[in-house]
Design a protein around this ligand. Structure first.
Ligand SMILES: [Cu+2]
Length: 141
């Protein structure tokens, strides 16, 4: 996995909130699929009314075909900091966050966003699960 930074491609501003539920298993080889994972649906941007909380870390994710931006570089965040994924995708898919337990964020085609908070320090991999492509390594401090 490289830590090469890449330009972000999203300029649209929308705000956060996501629905939470639990279920399912991780098909990733780096994580034993023993724990239940959180599942949530990203909120279509048109339905987002609130602005991001002050101090939130916004990560713009663009998925075009099998091309994902960013592409796996380190992104430092603080434990407990709100992380907002702003997703722009040409097809629906799943952002998978290898937190413990893992979090699956199902996003629709188009612009959407979802918010998570990670409280445990460590390196947390984020990938587009259905493409097997890395998005970022969250460096939780
Ligand atoms: Cu995964």
């Amino acid at each position: 996995m490289t830590s090469r930074p890449r330009p972000r491609v999203l300029g649209v501003a929308f705000a956060a909130l996501a629905l939470l539920s639990c279920l399912s298993a991780c098909s990733d080889s780096t994580k034993p699929g023993t724990l239940a994972q959180h599942e949530m649906n990203a909120t279509p941007s048109a339905q987002v009314t609130a602005a991001p909380a002050a101090g939130a870390k916004v990560i713009d994710v663009t998925v075009t075909g099998t091309t994902v931006t960013p592409d796996g570089g380190r992104i430092p965040i603080k434990a407990g900091q709100q992380v907002i994924f702003k997703i722009q995708a040409d097809a629906k898919g799943e952002v998978h966050v290898h937190s413990s337990p893992a979090t699956a964020i199902f996003y629709p085609a188009g612009a959407s966003q979802a918010s998570i908070t990670i409280t445990q320090p460590g390196i947390i991999e984020v990938e587009i699960e259905n493409l097997g492509k890395p998005v970022a390594q969250l460096e939780v401090q």
